[in-house]
Design a protein around this ligand. Sequence first.
Ligand code: HEC
Length: 150
Amino acid sequence: MIRRAAVVGCCAAFLGAGIAVAASLPGIPKAFQPYKSWHKVNAKLIRPTSTTAHPGTKNVYASKKKVAGRYPVGTLIVKEGFTTAGGKRFVSLIATMRKQRGLDPAHGNWKFIEWTRSSPNARFTEIARDATCWGCHAQAKRTDWVYTTR
Ligand code: HEC
């Protein structure tokens, strides 16, 4: 048992190093991890305002481009938010939308989930989903429930 724990410790440290290089985010589902290679929706970094729900400075990425003003079924959207703690700037928020055929027509067939963490190497934990998100995002209904258009 002790030996096994030591091996796990070693590999976790090794993986930790890998994570820093590959910038993968522990606790975030695999499907969302490659978001940096997707289409970036915002032209400029989104700065915090007093009215937005999601704190920090942000970027928004989409796995597919809109077709006739709507995102295709299967589109994944990630909003990454940055925080600075202890002099280190790191990704502290991942808010996601995933469009699934027939999932929930009343809410654009989007699945909403948001995760956060408070330090650079910590695992993300879910803070809220769906019903918490609909009230605000309904105001962006005309742009397929997505606020960021540029
Ligand atoms: C108080 C209003 C509010 C709530 C509640 C809210 N959002 Fe947002 N969300 C916004 C605004 C405004 C933006 C546009 C970017 C910005 O200003 O941060 C946004 C942007 C996003 C984006 C990037 C795509 C886009 O619409 O621009 C995702 C993904 C997202 N939110 C997910 C969520 C999830 C998941 C929840 C629920 C857990 C949620 N949001 C709850 C206001 C809200």
